[in-house]
Design a protein around this ligand. Structure first.
Ligand SMILES: [Mg+2]
Length: 226
């Protein structure tokens, strides 16, 4: 069976309105919306539990009664259900909406999520209802290429925030000038985080993340100033 082409939903990079020189590109799961906490709540409904023994889900989710690890296929099913029910299960990370409202006065904000793109409308409604109206792209492509396309028309600083180090590394390769920031709302994987690309900054809450992004994105020159 041939693999189908990766699907992307949402505006194309060229369609996204450009208002400021600086650009912040943010992952959604574990950066803007909680993912691990509601994932654990859903697992409990299946009689399973996530053990934070290493930095991965596969193999670390085990049946409470038998101790057997759930397969990757079973975990994909849980994740799909979480995405389908995200509007009642995935809460915004504490402080994200006011922080982005302030940052959006000086920089453009774009959400870039690897969520299954068929749930785009669910996520769009959830973000809008949470006061997070910024453009979102949902893609099965690797993030690096899209970040480079988003940054093409942007002369100012570009920040990229994600909880998964491979995504940070992919962006470092595609857009070496990007400022990389690691952020993961859930604290329990932090002791097991793999090494980050050189120069990656880290925050543990949105107060710290806002300060880092404000520092990277600077005074917010507008497109007209250029
Ligand atoms: Mg994420």
């Amino acid at each position: 069976m041939t693999k189908s082409a990766p699907v992307t939903r949402g505006p194309s990079p060229a369609e996204i309105e450009r208002r400021h020189a600086g650009l912040a590109i943010l992952d959604v799961d574990e950066v803007v919306l909680h993912f691990i906490a509601p994932f654990c709540e859903l697992l409990a409904e299946y009689g399973a539990r996530l053990h934070f023994d290493s930095f991965r889900l596969t193999g670390n989710v085990r049946s409470i009664s038998t101790g057997a690890a759930l397969t990757g296929h079973e975990l994909d099913g849980v994740t799909e259900r979480l995405y389908a029910e995200q509007e009642r299960r995935q809460a915004p990370v504490e402080g994200v909406a006011p922080a982005l409202r302030r940052l959006s006065e000086t920089a453009d904000i774009v959400f870039l999520t690897a969520m299954t793109p068929s749930f785009y409308d669910h996520r769009r409604r959830l973000l809008d209802a949470a006061g997070l109206p910024y453009p979102m792209i949902a893609t099965e492509r690797s993030k690096g290429g899209l970040v480079a396309e988003l940054a093409e028309r942007q002369d100012g600083p570009v920040a990229f925030v994600d909880d998964l180090p491979p995504n940070l590394e992919g962006v470092r390769r595609s857009l070496p000038r990007a400022h990389l920031v690691h952020f993961m709302a859930n604290a329990e994987f932090r002791p097991h985080l793999p090494p980050m690309p050189p120069g990656t900054l880290r925050a543990d809450d949105w107060t710290g993340l806002e300060a880092i992004l404000a520092d990277i994105l600077g005074d917010g020159a507008t497109v007209e100033d250029k």
